[in-house]
Design a protein around this ligand. Sequence first.
Ligand SMILES: NC(=O)c1ccc[n+]([C@@H]2O[C@H](COP(=O)([O-])OP(=O)(O)OC[C@H]3O[C@@H](n4cnc5c(N)ncnc54)[C@H](O)[C@@H]3O)[C@@H](O)[C@H]2O)c1
Ligand SMILES: N[C@H](CO)Cc1c[nH]c[nH+]1
Ligand SMILES: [Zn+2]
Length: 428
Amino acid sequence: MSRLKVVQVDDQVTLKRSVDEGTDEQWQAVQSILQDVQKRGDKAVADYTDKFDGVRPSPVQVSGEEVERAYENFATADLQIIRDAIANLRDFHERQVQQSWFTTKQDGTLLGQKVTPLDAAGVYVPGGTAIYPSSILMNVIPAQVAGVERIAMVSPPDEKGCLADSVLVTAAELGVKEIYKIGGAQAIGALAYGTETIDPVDKIVGPGNIFVALAKRAVFGTVDIDMIAGPSEIVVLADESAKPTYIAADLLSQAEHDPMSSAVLVTSSKRLAEEVAEEVDRQLETLPRRDVAEASIKNYGAAYVTSTWQEAIDTVNTLAPEHLEIMTNDPMKELGSIRHAGAIFLGEHSSEPVGDYFAGPNHVLPTNGTARFSSPLNVEDFTKKSSVISYSQEAIQNNGEAIARFARLEGLDAHARAVEKRLGDQDE
Ligand SMILES: NC(=O)c1ccc[n+]([C@@H]2O[C@H](COP(=O)([O-])OP(=O)(O)OC[C@H]3O[C@@H](n4cnc5c(N)ncnc54)[C@H](O)[C@@H]3O)[C@@H](O)[C@H]2O)c1
Ligand SMILES: N[C@H](CO)Cc1c[nH]c[nH+]1
Ligand SMILES: [Zn+2]
């Protein structure tokens, strides 16, 4: 019996998705960690690091010597790959830069929008069960391209109180100098509220486990956050021309992230669905992270078979997946029908990990159906806009009466009078 369920889609089928909103106990744990960090600063952060990571790094900030040692241990071939990925990501994100703009009218009015980078961003790099140098690239590069001056990075230490060489080297390649060996909700609290050692930031970005996600939700408002990225998801939309071996491999690439990840095939071909299910079983046999991938396939994996191709497209749009691969005869033809997906990979050579590590687009993407209304992490996330208004004397004389009248519609006389003070006044 295949672990990937083949399901005929009809009106009765509810599309399963993984939702982890945290338990009451987790919420309470996070709230009390955050309150304690606000009250006791560095001491609280050190106590929780000791409790959850089993170590008290001192100093908590990474030193230049630690970075030098990491370079000594790091293979040149790996360094070159990181450098090539950085170049691809910079090139892609530089195209996202938005300029300030201004417009003028005949009467001398000037209106516009001034784009300003955030002063300080905090980047969370997960470090519990795996190491994610790729997430450093995805979070730091758009911030730097936007022009953010201060980037403070946090990541939980290993049992020796250190960060992985790949993490330190990747951060150093990007020129990140402020790196702290802390993780979990206590690190989010330190970035949001500040401690004796760490200045607060304006926005916190980066993925993490449920404690990190709940802490980000809780500090939103004190600081901005990027999004709450849930477990990874992949949907493959395929027709008879697709190769089952490729589809199975790509489904497993996301299933191996987390038992809560979801990997789904959508097709109108029952034969393809059955072949992919068999192939998933075959490939699982030799996968090092088989336990995780198998649990994910069992929990949230499915091959949805539709009666028509249009139903297949509708199913994809209902799922609004984080990653969508289109493996059909003419993938470009389907692009126009896809309304909701975080990243769209076209054709059999565009395997999802190409985007996770290297191609250039960001791998921090909306999960959990939120691709219906949100976008990948991008340069704009690290900027804000101010409106600019400059009225000439002619403009205020021509429009002042109308503005005052509008103010009185709201019963706000001080507003009306502020404008009326200018009426009739002429420049010397
Ligand atoms: N969407 C993306 O782009 C993306 C990229 C990389 C990783 N991820 C996800 O990020 C997550 C990383 O999770 P992780 O656990 O490996 O690392 P993590 O760094 O998010 O969490 C580790 C920290 O959790 C805290 N913690 C652990 N148990 C706790 C408890 N009982 N109470 C309070 N705090 C506790 C500790 O402080 C520890 O330092 C995974 O789910 C992974 O799939 C997503
Ligand atoms: N696929 C993940 C986002 O859903 C990102 C990632 C990092 N490393 C490997 N993959
Ligand atoms: Zn991945």
